[in-house]
Ligand binder design. Structure first.
Ligand SMILES: Cc1ncc(COP(=O)(O)O)c(C=O)c1O
Ligand SMILES: [Zn+2]
Length: 445
Protein backbone atom coordinates (compact mmCIF):
# COMPACT_ATOMS: atom_id res chain seq x y z
CA UNK A 1 0.00 0.00 0.00
CA UNK A 2 1.41 3.40 -0.85
CA UNK A 3 1.66 5.92 1.94
CA UNK A 4 -0.74 8.20 0.08
CA UNK A 5 -3.58 5.71 0.21
CA UNK A 6 -3.19 4.81 3.85
CA UNK A 7 -6.36 5.46 5.79
CA UNK A 8 -6.79 7.54 8.93
CA UNK A 9 -4.37 9.69 10.84
CA UNK A 10 -2.63 8.75 14.05
CA UNK A 11 -4.08 11.84 15.77
CA UNK A 12 -5.99 10.77 18.83
CA UNK A 13 -7.46 13.89 20.37
CA UNK A 14 -7.13 17.03 22.42
CA UNK A 15 -6.43 17.44 26.12
CA UNK A 16 -6.50 20.73 28.00
CA UNK A 17 -3.11 21.61 29.45
CA UNK A 18 -4.78 23.42 32.35
CA UNK A 19 -7.79 21.38 33.45
CA UNK A 20 -7.20 18.03 31.75
CA UNK A 21 -10.53 18.04 29.88
CA UNK A 22 -10.48 15.85 26.74
CA UNK A 23 -12.08 16.70 23.40
CA UNK A 24 -12.36 14.29 20.47
CA UNK A 25 -10.45 15.18 17.34
CA UNK A 26 -13.68 14.41 15.47
CA UNK A 27 -15.52 17.32 17.05
CA UNK A 28 -16.01 20.24 14.67
CA UNK A 29 -15.06 23.78 15.75
CA UNK A 30 -13.25 22.57 18.88
CA UNK A 31 -11.33 25.82 19.10
CA UNK A 32 -11.21 26.07 22.88
CA UNK A 33 -11.43 23.92 25.98
CA UNK A 34 -15.11 23.85 27.03
CA UNK A 35 -14.00 25.13 30.44
CA UNK A 36 -12.43 28.24 28.88
CA UNK A 37 -14.65 31.28 29.44
CA UNK A 38 -14.60 35.04 29.17
CA UNK A 39 -13.51 35.20 32.78
CA UNK A 40 -10.97 32.41 32.51
CA UNK A 41 -8.99 32.06 29.30
CA UNK A 42 -6.30 30.01 31.00
CA UNK A 43 -7.03 26.79 29.10
CA UNK A 44 -5.47 25.40 25.96
CA UNK A 45 -6.21 22.19 24.08
CA UNK A 46 -3.10 20.25 23.12
CA UNK A 47 -2.90 17.36 20.71
CA UNK A 48 -2.22 13.96 22.17
CA UNK A 49 -0.78 12.12 19.26
CA UNK A 50 1.81 9.40 18.98
CA UNK A 51 3.79 9.85 15.77
CA UNK A 52 6.33 7.21 14.88
CA UNK A 53 7.96 7.00 12.53
CA UNK A 54 7.55 10.28 10.67
CA UNK A 55 7.58 9.71 6.92
CA UNK A 56 6.97 12.21 4.13
CA UNK A 57 5.29 11.03 0.94
CA UNK A 58 7.83 13.24 -0.82
CA UNK A 59 5.21 15.67 -2.05
CA UNK A 60 6.43 19.27 -2.19
CA UNK A 61 3.30 20.47 -0.39
CA UNK A 62 3.89 19.73 3.32
CA UNK A 63 0.19 19.31 4.06
CA UNK A 64 0.04 16.59 1.43
CA UNK A 65 3.44 15.12 2.31
CA UNK A 66 2.60 14.81 6.02
CA UNK A 67 -1.19 14.64 5.69
CA UNK A 68 -1.65 11.52 7.75
CA UNK A 69 -0.04 13.19 10.79
CA UNK A 70 -2.38 16.16 10.71
CA UNK A 71 -5.21 16.17 13.24
CA UNK A 72 -7.15 17.70 10.35
CA UNK A 73 -6.81 14.46 8.42
CA UNK A 74 -8.39 12.45 11.24
CA UNK A 75 -11.14 15.06 11.53
CA UNK A 76 -11.85 14.96 7.78
CA UNK A 77 -11.79 11.15 7.76
CA UNK A 78 -14.36 11.14 10.56
CA UNK A 79 -16.66 13.15 8.29
CA UNK A 80 -16.57 10.29 5.82
CA UNK A 81 -13.99 11.56 3.34
CA UNK A 82 -11.60 9.02 1.87
CA UNK A 83 -7.90 9.60 1.25
CA UNK A 84 -8.33 10.88 -2.27
CA UNK A 85 -11.01 13.33 -1.20
CA UNK A 86 -8.90 14.59 1.70
CA UNK A 87 -5.88 15.14 -0.49
CA UNK A 88 -8.05 16.83 -3.11
CA UNK A 89 -9.34 19.35 -0.54
CA UNK A 90 -5.80 20.26 0.43
CA UNK A 91 -4.72 20.67 -3.18
CA UNK A 92 -7.77 22.68 -4.19
CA UNK A 93 -7.49 25.02 -1.21
CA UNK A 94 -3.76 25.37 -1.81
CA UNK A 95 -4.40 26.28 -5.46
CA UNK A 96 -6.81 28.99 -4.29
CA UNK A 97 -4.13 30.33 -1.92
CA UNK A 98 -1.56 30.32 -4.71
CA UNK A 99 -3.83 32.43 -6.90
CA UNK A 100 -3.82 35.18 -4.25
CA UNK A 101 -0.40 34.74 -2.64
CA UNK A 102 1.59 33.95 -5.77
CA UNK A 103 2.68 30.68 -4.19
CA UNK A 104 1.02 27.78 -2.50
CA UNK A 105 2.55 25.86 0.41
CA UNK A 106 5.89 24.32 -0.59
CA UNK A 107 8.61 22.86 1.63
CA UNK A 108 10.82 25.82 2.49
CA UNK A 109 14.64 25.82 2.26
CA UNK A 110 16.68 24.40 5.13
CA UNK A 111 20.47 24.33 4.88
CA UNK A 112 23.70 24.99 6.70
CA UNK A 113 24.71 28.58 6.05
CA UNK A 114 28.47 28.43 5.66
CA UNK A 115 29.06 32.17 5.81
CA UNK A 116 27.03 32.64 8.99
CA UNK A 117 28.63 29.55 10.56
CA UNK A 118 32.06 30.97 9.86
CA UNK A 119 31.14 34.44 11.05
CA UNK A 120 30.07 32.93 14.37
CA UNK A 121 33.21 30.84 14.75
CA UNK A 122 31.75 27.36 14.28
CA UNK A 123 33.93 24.52 13.01
CA UNK A 124 33.13 22.63 9.82
CA UNK A 125 31.46 19.85 11.84
CA UNK A 126 29.14 22.30 13.56
CA UNK A 127 27.48 25.44 12.31
CA UNK A 128 24.24 27.29 11.82
CA UNK A 129 21.38 25.87 9.76
CA UNK A 130 18.76 28.33 8.55
CA UNK A 131 15.14 27.43 7.91
CA UNK A 132 14.06 30.17 5.53
CA UNK A 133 10.38 31.10 5.75
CA UNK A 134 10.68 34.41 3.92
CA UNK A 135 9.17 33.00 0.72
CA UNK A 136 6.44 31.02 2.42
CA UNK A 137 2.81 32.02 1.76
CA UNK A 138 2.31 35.67 2.86
CA UNK A 139 6.00 36.06 3.69
CA UNK A 140 6.26 34.28 7.03
CA UNK A 141 5.72 30.96 8.81
CA UNK A 142 2.36 32.24 10.15
CA UNK A 143 0.26 30.94 7.28
CA UNK A 144 1.25 27.38 8.22
CA UNK A 145 -0.81 27.60 11.40
CA UNK A 146 -3.75 29.25 9.68
CA UNK A 147 -3.97 26.88 6.74
CA UNK A 148 -4.90 24.09 9.15
CA UNK A 149 -7.74 26.21 10.49
CA UNK A 150 -8.87 27.05 6.97
CA UNK A 151 -8.91 23.38 5.97
CA UNK A 152 -11.02 22.68 9.04
CA UNK A 153 -13.59 25.29 8.05
CA UNK A 154 -13.65 24.24 4.41
CA UNK A 155 -14.18 20.55 5.13
CA UNK A 156 -16.75 21.22 7.87
CA UNK A 157 -18.84 23.31 5.48
CA UNK A 158 -18.54 20.80 2.64
CA UNK A 159 -19.48 17.87 4.85
CA UNK A 160 -22.52 19.76 6.11
CA UNK A 161 -21.54 19.91 9.79
CA UNK A 162 -21.21 23.70 9.90
CA UNK A 163 -24.18 25.74 11.15
CA UNK A 164 -24.16 27.61 7.83
CA UNK A 165 -24.78 25.89 4.50
CA UNK A 166 -23.91 28.49 1.88
CA UNK A 167 -20.88 30.73 1.40
CA UNK A 168 -23.11 33.77 1.76
CA UNK A 169 -24.08 32.71 5.30
CA UNK A 170 -20.57 32.15 6.63
CA UNK A 171 -19.78 34.08 9.83
CA UNK A 172 -16.87 36.50 9.58
CA UNK A 173 -13.39 35.35 10.48
CA UNK A 174 -11.55 37.35 13.14
CA UNK A 175 -7.93 37.84 14.20
CA UNK A 176 -6.14 40.14 16.58
CA UNK A 177 -2.71 41.08 15.17
CA UNK A 178 -1.19 43.75 13.05
CA UNK A 179 1.77 41.86 11.77
CA UNK A 180 2.50 38.76 9.79
CA UNK A 181 -0.31 36.73 11.32
CA UNK A 182 -2.91 39.27 10.24
CA UNK A 183 -1.56 39.44 6.71
CA UNK A 184 -1.40 35.64 6.47
CA UNK A 185 -4.95 35.30 7.80
CA UNK A 186 -6.31 37.95 5.46
CA UNK A 187 -4.48 36.37 2.51
CA UNK A 188 -5.96 32.93 3.21
CA UNK A 189 -9.39 34.44 3.81
CA UNK A 190 -9.20 36.28 0.50
CA UNK A 191 -8.23 33.03 -1.24
CA UNK A 192 -11.64 31.59 -0.38
CA UNK A 193 -13.50 34.93 -0.41
CA UNK A 194 -14.25 34.72 3.29
CA UNK A 195 -14.74 38.11 5.02
CA UNK A 196 -12.30 38.80 7.86
CA UNK A 197 -12.11 41.33 10.69
CA UNK A 198 -8.59 42.28 11.74
CA UNK A 199 -8.26 43.93 15.14
CA UNK A 200 -5.18 46.18 15.19
CA UNK A 201 -3.68 48.64 17.70
CA UNK A 202 -5.02 52.17 17.61
CA UNK A 203 -1.77 53.47 16.16
CA UNK A 204 -1.06 50.63 13.69
CA UNK A 205 1.23 51.93 10.94
CA UNK A 206 -0.38 52.69 7.60
CA UNK A 207 2.16 50.46 5.83
CA UNK A 208 0.70 47.53 7.72
CA UNK A 209 -2.92 48.49 7.34
CA UNK A 210 -2.35 49.08 3.60
CA UNK A 211 -0.98 45.57 3.32
CA UNK A 212 -4.13 44.26 4.98
CA UNK A 213 -6.36 46.38 2.78
CA UNK A 214 -4.58 44.97 -0.27
CA UNK A 215 -6.21 41.63 0.53
CA UNK A 216 -9.57 43.17 1.44
CA UNK A 217 -9.45 42.74 5.21
CA UNK A 218 -11.80 44.85 7.35
CA UNK A 219 -9.60 46.74 9.79
CA UNK A 220 -10.82 47.54 13.30
CA UNK A 221 -8.62 49.90 15.31
CA UNK A 222 -8.59 49.21 19.05
CA UNK A 223 -7.76 52.02 21.47
CA UNK A 224 -7.41 50.96 25.09
CA UNK A 225 -10.72 51.64 26.85
CA UNK A 226 -10.89 52.85 30.43
CA UNK A 227 -13.07 49.83 31.21
CA UNK A 228 -10.53 47.32 29.79
CA UNK A 229 -8.97 44.66 31.95
CA UNK A 230 -5.17 44.35 31.68
CA UNK A 231 -3.93 42.85 28.45
CA UNK A 232 -4.04 43.76 24.79
CA UNK A 233 -7.16 45.77 23.80
CA UNK A 234 -7.04 44.14 20.33
CA UNK A 235 -7.43 40.77 22.03
CA UNK A 236 -10.38 42.10 24.08
CA UNK A 237 -12.20 43.37 20.96
CA UNK A 238 -11.38 40.17 19.08
CA UNK A 239 -12.90 38.07 21.88
CA UNK A 240 -16.01 40.23 21.90
CA UNK A 241 -16.42 39.60 18.15
CA UNK A 242 -15.96 35.87 18.66
CA UNK A 243 -18.53 35.93 21.48
CA UNK A 244 -20.94 37.46 18.93
CA UNK A 245 -20.34 34.65 16.44
CA UNK A 246 -17.16 35.45 14.50
CA UNK A 247 -14.77 32.55 13.93
CA UNK A 248 -11.41 32.84 15.70
CA UNK A 249 -8.86 32.72 12.87
CA UNK A 250 -5.60 33.46 14.60
CA UNK A 251 -2.37 32.00 15.85
CA UNK A 252 -2.93 31.73 19.59
CA UNK A 253 -3.64 28.22 20.83
CA UNK A 254 -5.82 29.60 23.62
CA UNK A 255 -8.23 31.08 21.05
CA UNK A 256 -8.04 28.39 18.38
CA UNK A 257 -6.20 25.17 19.20
CA UNK A 258 -6.28 24.13 15.55
CA UNK A 259 -3.42 26.56 14.88
CA UNK A 260 -1.27 24.01 16.71
CA UNK A 261 -1.94 21.36 14.06
CA UNK A 262 -0.65 22.68 10.73
CA UNK A 263 2.06 24.74 12.43
CA UNK A 264 3.95 21.50 13.04
CA UNK A 265 4.75 21.20 9.33
CA UNK A 266 7.80 23.40 9.92
CA UNK A 267 9.27 20.91 12.39
CA UNK A 268 8.33 17.95 10.23
CA UNK A 269 10.10 19.52 7.27
CA UNK A 270 13.29 20.05 9.28
CA UNK A 271 13.14 16.49 10.63
CA UNK A 272 12.64 15.10 7.15
CA UNK A 273 15.55 17.16 5.77
CA UNK A 274 17.79 15.89 8.56
CA UNK A 275 17.23 12.31 7.40
CA UNK A 276 19.45 13.17 4.45
CA UNK A 277 22.22 14.85 6.43
CA UNK A 278 25.20 12.90 7.69
CA UNK A 279 26.92 13.53 11.01
CA UNK A 280 25.71 14.19 14.53
CA UNK A 281 22.17 15.36 15.27
CA UNK A 282 21.11 18.97 15.75
CA UNK A 283 22.11 20.33 19.15
CA UNK A 284 19.96 23.41 19.59
CA UNK A 285 17.17 25.40 17.98
CA UNK A 286 16.49 29.06 18.72
CA UNK A 287 12.90 30.18 18.18
CA UNK A 288 11.71 33.76 18.56
CA UNK A 289 8.60 33.84 20.72
CA UNK A 290 5.63 36.19 20.65
CA UNK A 291 2.46 34.29 21.48
CA UNK A 292 4.42 31.04 21.53
CA UNK A 293 2.51 28.94 18.96
CA UNK A 294 5.52 28.97 16.64
CA UNK A 295 7.93 27.53 19.23
CA UNK A 296 5.30 25.06 20.43
CA UNK A 297 4.71 23.73 16.91
CA UNK A 298 8.31 23.78 15.70
CA UNK A 299 9.41 21.71 18.67
CA UNK A 300 6.40 19.35 18.51
CA UNK A 301 7.21 18.75 14.85
CA UNK A 302 10.88 18.07 15.54
CA UNK A 303 10.14 15.77 18.47
CA UNK A 304 7.68 13.81 16.31
CA UNK A 305 10.49 13.34 13.83
CA UNK A 306 12.72 11.85 16.52
CA UNK A 307 14.87 14.97 16.93
CA UNK A 308 15.33 16.63 20.29
CA UNK A 309 17.61 19.65 19.95
CA UNK A 310 17.62 21.91 22.99
CA UNK A 311 14.87 24.45 22.48
CA UNK A 312 15.79 28.01 23.35
CA UNK A 313 12.83 30.37 23.27
CA UNK A 314 13.95 33.89 22.47
CA UNK A 315 12.29 37.07 23.66
CA UNK A 316 13.76 40.53 23.97
CA UNK A 317 14.41 42.52 27.10
CA UNK A 318 11.51 44.77 25.99
CA UNK A 319 8.96 42.08 26.75
CA UNK A 320 9.91 38.74 28.27
CA UNK A 321 6.95 37.10 30.03
CA UNK A 322 8.04 33.60 29.04
CA UNK A 323 11.36 33.66 30.93
CA UNK A 324 9.45 35.01 33.93
CA UNK A 325 6.93 32.15 33.61
CA UNK A 326 9.74 29.61 33.30
CA UNK A 327 11.29 30.86 36.54
CA UNK A 328 7.95 30.97 38.33
CA UNK A 329 7.09 27.45 37.16
CA UNK A 330 10.48 26.19 38.21
CA UNK A 331 9.93 27.59 41.70
CA UNK A 332 6.37 26.29 42.04
CA UNK A 333 6.53 22.62 41.11
CA UNK A 334 8.61 22.45 37.96
CA UNK A 335 8.66 23.67 34.39
CA UNK A 336 6.80 20.65 32.95
CA UNK A 337 3.02 20.54 32.82
CA UNK A 338 2.65 23.86 34.59
CA UNK A 339 -0.74 24.58 33.00
CA UNK A 340 -2.64 24.13 36.26
CA UNK A 341 -0.38 26.87 37.74
CA UNK A 342 -1.21 29.37 35.01
CA UNK A 343 -2.13 32.28 37.32
CA UNK A 344 1.13 32.02 39.24
CA UNK A 345 3.29 31.82 36.12
CA UNK A 346 1.92 33.81 33.18
CA UNK A 347 0.43 37.27 33.23
CA UNK A 348 0.74 40.25 30.88
CA UNK A 349 4.13 41.98 30.82
CA UNK A 350 3.51 45.24 32.60
CA UNK A 351 5.20 47.68 30.27
CA UNK A 352 6.53 46.40 26.99
CA UNK A 353 8.97 48.87 25.44
CA UNK A 354 9.78 49.23 21.76
CA UNK A 355 12.07 46.83 20.02
CA UNK A 356 13.34 46.47 16.47
CA UNK A 357 11.88 42.95 16.69
CA UNK A 358 8.38 44.38 17.01
CA UNK A 359 6.60 41.20 15.93
CA UNK A 360 7.31 39.41 19.19
CA UNK A 361 6.10 42.01 21.69
CA UNK A 362 2.99 40.03 22.71
CA UNK A 363 2.49 40.96 26.33
CA UNK A 364 1.39 37.39 27.14
CA UNK A 365 2.89 34.17 25.83
CA UNK A 366 -0.44 32.45 25.26
CA UNK A 367 1.12 29.08 24.39
CA UNK A 368 3.65 29.14 27.22
CA UNK A 369 2.73 25.72 28.67
CA UNK A 370 3.76 23.80 25.54
CA UNK A 371 6.91 25.87 25.11
CA UNK A 372 7.96 25.24 28.72
CA UNK A 373 7.26 21.53 28.23
CA UNK A 374 9.39 21.43 25.09
CA UNK A 375 12.25 23.31 26.77
CA UNK A 376 12.04 20.96 29.76
CA UNK A 377 11.99 17.84 27.61
CA UNK A 378 14.93 18.98 25.50
CA UNK A 379 17.06 20.41 28.30
CA UNK A 380 16.64 23.84 26.76
CA UNK A 381 16.00 27.25 28.30
CA UNK A 382 14.57 30.67 27.59
CA UNK A 383 16.92 33.40 26.38
CA UNK A 384 16.26 37.10 26.82
CA UNK A 385 18.18 38.95 24.12
CA UNK A 386 19.31 42.54 24.63
CA UNK A 387 18.21 45.12 22.08
CA UNK A 388 21.84 45.30 20.97
CA UNK A 389 21.74 41.60 20.11
CA UNK A 390 18.51 42.14 18.15
CA UNK A 391 20.14 44.95 16.17
CA UNK A 392 23.36 42.98 15.62
CA UNK A 393 21.51 39.85 14.50
CA UNK A 394 19.55 41.82 11.90
CA UNK A 395 22.73 43.48 10.64
CA UNK A 396 24.62 40.18 10.55
CA UNK A 397 21.86 38.39 8.65
CA UNK A 398 21.95 41.09 5.98
CA UNK A 399 25.73 41.40 5.75
CA UNK A 400 26.47 37.67 5.79
CA UNK A 401 23.49 36.00 4.08
CA UNK A 402 21.47 36.90 0.99
CA UNK A 403 18.11 36.34 2.68
CA UNK A 404 15.78 39.35 2.81
CA UNK A 405 14.67 38.77 6.38
CA UNK A 406 12.93 41.12 8.85
CA UNK A 407 14.24 42.06 12.31
CA UNK A 408 11.62 39.84 13.96
CA UNK A 409 12.68 37.08 11.62
CA UNK A 410 16.26 37.29 12.91
CA UNK A 411 15.35 37.51 16.59
CA UNK A 412 16.18 33.81 17.05
CA UNK A 413 19.67 34.61 15.82
CA UNK A 414 19.79 37.37 18.46
CA UNK A 415 19.25 34.62 21.04
CA UNK A 416 22.14 32.66 19.57
CA UNK A 417 24.36 35.76 19.79
CA UNK A 418 23.34 36.20 23.43
CA UNK A 419 24.31 32.60 24.23
CA UNK A 420 27.22 32.15 21.86
CA UNK A 421 29.90 31.99 24.56
CA UNK A 422 28.10 29.04 26.21
CA UNK A 423 27.99 27.02 22.99
CA UNK A 424 30.78 24.77 21.74
CA UNK A 425 32.24 25.46 18.30
CA UNK A 426 31.23 22.08 16.92
CA UNK A 427 27.56 22.30 17.86
CA UNK A 428 24.84 22.22 15.22
CA UNK A 429 22.38 25.05 15.63
CA UNK A 430 19.09 25.87 13.91
CA UNK A 431 17.63 29.33 13.51
CA UNK A 432 14.45 30.15 11.62
CA UNK A 433 14.35 33.28 9.48
CA UNK A 434 10.64 33.45 10.04
CA UNK A 435 9.52 36.57 8.16
CA UNK A 436 10.42 38.61 5.09
CA UNK A 437 11.69 42.19 5.27
CA UNK A 438 8.96 44.24 3.65
CA UNK A 439 9.86 47.26 1.58
CA UNK A 440 8.87 49.72 4.30
CA UNK A 441 11.19 48.15 6.88
CA UNK A 442 14.58 49.84 7.22
CA UNK A 443 17.69 47.98 6.17
CA UNK A 444 20.32 47.69 8.89
CA UNK A 445 22.70 50.62 9.12
C1 LIG B 1 8.31 36.82 11.71
C2 LIG B 1 7.77 36.29 13.00
N1 LIG B 1 8.51 35.42 13.71
C3 LIG B 1 8.08 34.93 14.88
C4 LIG B 1 6.87 35.29 15.42
C5 LIG B 1 6.45 34.70 16.74
O1 LIG B 1 5.48 33.69 16.59
P1 LIG B 1 4.52 33.35 17.82
O2 LIG B 1 3.64 34.55 18.04
O3 LIG B 1 3.73 32.15 17.41
O4 LIG B 1 5.39 33.10 19.00
C6 LIG B 1 6.07 36.21 14.71
C7 LIG B 1 4.74 36.65 15.19
O5 LIG B 1 4.35 36.89 16.23
C8 LIG B 1 6.52 36.71 13.48
O6 LIG B 1 5.80 37.57 12.77
ZN1 LIG C 1 -9.40 23.37 30.18
Amino acid sequence: MSVGSMASSSATGWKCAACGHRVSVEQPFSWRCPNSSDGDRHHVLLLEQPIAPLRSTGDLNPYVAFRKYLAWDAFAASLGLNDEQREAIIRRTDDAVARIAGTGFRTTPFARNDALSKELGFTSGGGVWIKDETNNVAGSHKARHLFGELLHLVVAQEAGVAPWKRDADRPQLAISSCGNAAFAAATLAKAVNWPILVFVPENAASELTNLLLSVDATIVRCPRLASDLPGDPCVHRFREAVAKGAIPFGVQGTENAWCLDGGRTIGWEIAEAQEHVSGPPLDRIFIQVGGGAFAACASAGLFAGGLRPRLHSVQTESCAPLARAWNAASASGGTRNAGSRWNECMWPWENPTDSLADGILDDETYDWVQVCNAMSESDGSPVVASEQHVVSAYAMAHSVTTINVSPTGTAGLAGLLAMRDQIANDERIVVVFSGVRRSFMPLPR
